[in-house]
Design a protein around this ligand. Structure first.
Ligand code: MN
Ligand code: MN
Length: 303
């Protein structure tokens, strides 16, 4: 990793950290999700970054992948548990970080379980350490609070312009996972804790998509769908996006029908919301770690 690359990771991390800290003191029950999302995404841009993905605002039993839809009228509910997951990129160098806001005393310990699991997990990250070792720490800490980790959600390696670049850092001791941390690489560690069964499934709403270019398939698209594809690809390449980002340029009807076409043609991937299978409440914390020649640096705590 070059000095310039490390600087860009550090800048992305600083922007993500600042944005998330500000969001944490700003968000209150009763606020509209769309306002929270726009506040966070605008802040990322005003600090000199770009969203690496639409901000995820996942409430209660929704573990991940909820972002406000274009006409979203929902608000942060009283007494809720809210995960704010922010991704920032600077020239494609990505920082990924999340916190849980708990507007209900009853779930403070659940949130603390995920937070402590993350703190212990990042302490253990070093070149040569097995991913499953970190998974075991996450699982042990969360279980010591009397909760379960979410077994089918995991941390991941990060590459330029690629949020999930292949390595899986489990949230339990997965003995089949033989991978280990390497110097020169970047990792997101993200424990999820729940009072439910510890698994997520796909829900019925999708608000996040990513494009998958294929020149042959693009040539067969209708005019409007091709225009939408090209406009979004110019902006995002293969990074995830939300339809609400493009409703100034295209009508929502157009966007929705074109996304259906793109997904079924294999030119786009849909990321449906992920809900806990037993409707358990979910808490999450996440940091991004760069392992450079100088050692391990948690880039999302420096602000
Ligand atoms: Mn994240
Ligand atoms: Mn992540």
């Amino acid at each position: 990793m070059t000095y310039e690359e490390l600087e860009k990771y550090l800048k992305a991390g600083r922007i993500a950290c600042t944005t998330l800290n500000e969001a944490a003191s700003y968000i209150r029950p009763g606020m509209k999700l769309i306002d929270v999302a726009e506040y966070i995404e605008n802040r990322i841009e005003s600090l000199g970054g770009k969203p690496a993905f639409p901000v995820n605002i996942s409430i209660n039993n929704i573990a991940a992948h909820y972002t406000p839809t274009p006409n979203d009228t929902s608000v942060i509910p009283e007494g809720s548990v809210v995960k704010i997951d922010v991704g920032v990129h600077v020239d494609g160098y990505i920082a990924d970080t999340a916190i849980t806001l708990t507007f209900n005393e009853e779930f403070k310990l659940l949130s603390e379980a995920a937070k402590t699991a993350l703190e212990r997990a990042v302490e253990a990250v070093a070149p040569g350490v097995r991913f499953s070792r970190v998974g075991r720490i996450v699982e042990d800490v969360i279980k010591s609070y009397g909760f379960k980790p979410i077994y089918n959600l995991s941390g991941h390696s990060i590459d330029r312009y690629t949020i999930h670049s292949g390595d899986v850092i489990p949230n339990y001791e997965d003995r089949l996972n033989l991978g280990s941390f390497r110097r020169g690489k970047v990792y997101a560690i993200e424990p999820f804790a729940t009072n439910g069964r510890g698994h997520v499934k796909e829900g019925s709403t999708t608000a996040i998509y990513a494009l998958k270019p294929n020149p042959k398939k693009i040539a067969k698209l209708d005019q409007t769908t091709r225009e939408i594809f090209e406009h979004i690809y110019e902006d995002r390449k293969t990074l995830p996006f939300a339809l609400r980002w493009y409703t100034r340029k295209f009508s929502l009807d157009q966007l929705e029908s074109s996304m259906k076409i793109l997904v079924s043609a294999g030119l786009a991937i849909a990321y449906p919301v992920l809900v806990e299978v037993s409707n358990g409440i979910v808490a999450q914390f996440e940091h991004t770690i760069v392992i450079s020649d100088k050692g391990e640096e948690i880039i999302t705590t420096r602000c």
